[in-house]
Design a protein around this ligand. Structure first.
Ligand SMILES: Nc1ncnc2c1ncn2[C@@H]1O[C@H](COP(=O)(O)OP(=O)(O)OP(=O)(O)O)[C@@H](O)[C@H]1O
Length: 250
């Protein structure tokens, strides 16, 4: 049986002036995968995510998300972590979660609190006083705690150090990116969810993905099973060298 792709793009094109952010982009992502959307700065990853969530209108081509045109109907089923966050600064973490429980379809408040404990996030902390890494974790929790079929995370690990810098300075807050990713994998294994993650930090997260989309200059230059890519080209670091003819830059 052919399962409907979770996201399908046909010749999807978005221009800003003369610049093509997406250039006749073709892609079909199967459902139920953890997908790494990878590529250098400016290759169109965030633009793709904005098209999936209906935040931009394409100039040409077609996009289907969960079998429909993107918009508020499909967004009910998507947990989206954008590349730039906007907060109510006086809110505490708990108030942000309660806001999520009121306004985000499928939000599980208890799951959010559990994630917060796991990630060493203090529920009483004010969002305005947070470090980049703490804020990144709250954002991640708001998305991951939703019972939805599609989660989209745009650079979720930016700001979360490999070994938390706060941990070294304060001697507390010992959660690292590796532990967060391990927790995410555990959590995702229990659920039927598709998750799209864009990141530059390929080396640390490469074990997370089971499906890979490589982008360059607004096009998908390769997409398929992560195992297939590894079998053919080795580690993602080697893949990058092969496909982009340069070292992976951060
Ligand atoms: N609102 C906009 N106005 C003008 N140009 C834009 C706009 N949004 C994106 N672009 C351009 O389109 C291209 C793709 O941008 P996009 O943000 O999708 O890339 P990205 O792969 O997410 O990059 P990064 O890894 O740096 O976040 C870039 O050249 C960018 O400058």
């Amino acid at each position: 049986m052919m399962v409907q792709p979770i996201v399908k793009c046909d010749q999807l094109t978005k221009r800003y002036g003369k610049k093509y952010a997406l250039d006749h982009f073709d892609l079909a992502i199967p459902a139920g995968r953890i997908v790494g959307v990878l590529g250098p700065n400016g290759c169109g990853k965030s633009t793709l995510f904005r098209a999936i969530t209906g935040l931009i209108t394409p100039d040409e081509g077609e996009i289907r998300v969960l079998g429909q045109s993107p918009g508020w109907q499909t967004n009910r089923f998507i947990g989206y972590l954008p590349d730039r966050a906007r907060w109510y600064p006086r809110h505490t973490v708990l108030q942000a979660f309660e806001w999520g429980a009121s306004f985000l379809p499928g939000f599980d408040l208890e799951a959010a609190k559990k994630f917060a404990r796991y990630m060493d996030v203090d529920l009483e902390m004010s969002l305005s006083g947070m470090s980049k890494g703490q804020e990144a974790r709250v954002m991640l929790i708001l998305c991951m705690s939703r019972e939805v079929p599609l989660i989209i995370l745009d650079e979720p690990f930016a700001g979360i150090d490999l070994i938390s810098r706060e941990a070294i300075i304060a001697g507390i807050d010992l959660i690292s990116r590796e532990a967060i990713i391990a927790g995410m994998i555990d959590y995702l294994e229990e659920r039927e969810v598709s998750i799209l993650i864009s990141t530059h930090d390929i080396q640390e997260v490469e074990g997370l993905f089971d499906y890979i989309v490589l982008m360059d200059q607004g096009k998908a230059i390769w997409s398929g099973e992560a195992d297939e890519l590894r079998a053919q080209y080795g580690s993602l670091h080697d893949v990058f060298r092969t496909f982009y003819k340069r070292e992976w830059s951060r």
